[in-house]
Design a protein around this ligand. Structure first.
Ligand code: ADP
Length: 235
């Protein structure tokens, strides 16, 4: 579904956030990108989604180059950013149905209703976002990303800074989306989250993918010197 080939990113100022990243994401899987803060997770998904240009390499989304064929590539992608919304005074319905997403397509009200019901936001559709709990606000962000029916959904640190109960709720939502056939890529710095959610896990450190494994294989290594080194060595 996604092919990342030799992607590097050097920011103005010379800092190299991604170093020759090669990565393939399979159709229908949940892939967790696991790494400490500052490792390059957000930069990598920003490059894949076409929000940040790579300095080298290329990204194919279902065969479409995300620069040269960006319309086709971006139409397939939904992105749930890390920050909670600032649309405090907008109702849930308006936020989701008027959002243009990464790439604007006309919104079908019947589809918006389906998305809101799936995320148990239907009863709250007339509420302004400032009236919602943190968990609901995050579900509104997911609903926005799903409004244009993406085949691939990126979730950047979906549970950073949320309590255990809410984390479990998010995991349920993500599993249900996968069940519906959406390919999911999430970033996290929680090993437990990668273990709970992912089919495969990629470990990123200092801008390099140092390991990509099926979850079970990686968990067998958990506690082994190799993995501990990758995750806990200072940046
Ligand atoms: P993560 O998501 O894993 O926490 P990021 O991708 O946000 O990591 O950041 C990786 C590194 O790139 C960090 O050192 C960060 O400071 C740096 N970085 C991110 N964005 C920029 C930018 N726009 N300009 C310069 N450096 C940046």
């Amino acid at each position: 579904m996604i092919r990342v080939e030799g992607v590097s990113k050097t920011f103005a100022g010379g800092f190299q956030a991604l170093k020759n990243v090669d990565l393939g994401i399979r159709r229908g899987e949940i892939f967790a990108l696991l790494g400490p803060n500052g490792a390059g997770k957000t930069t990598l998904i920003s490059v894949i989604c076409g929000l940040v240009n790579a300095s080298a390499g290329r990204v194919l989304v279902d065969g479409h180059d995300n620069v040269h064929d960006y319309r086709a590539a971006r139409q397939m992608i939904g992105l749930v950013p890390q920050e909670l919304t600032n649309e405090a005074f907008t109702t849930v319905w308006d936020t989701v149905s008027f959002s243009r997403g990464l790439f604007g397509k006309p919104r079908d009200p019947a589809h918006i209703e389906k998305v809101l019901r799936a995320l148990t936001l239907w009863e709250k559709r007339r509420n302004r976002q400032l009236e919602l709990s943190g968990g609901m606000k995050r579900r509104v962000l997911i609903a926005k990303a799903l409004a244009h029916e993406p085949q691939v959904l990126f979730l950047d640190e979906p549970t950073a800074g949320v309590d255990v109960e809410l984390r479990r709720e998010m995991w349920e939502v993500v599993r249900e989306l996968r069940h519906q056939g959406v390919t999911i890529i999430l970033t996290t710095h929680y090993i437990e989250e990668a273990e709970e959610m992912a089919d495969r896990i990629g470990v990123i450190r200092r801008g390099e993918i140092v390991l990509v494994e099926e979850k079970e294989a990686l968990m067998r290594k958990l506690g082994s010197k190799e993995l501990t080194l990758h995750l806990h060595e200072p940046l």
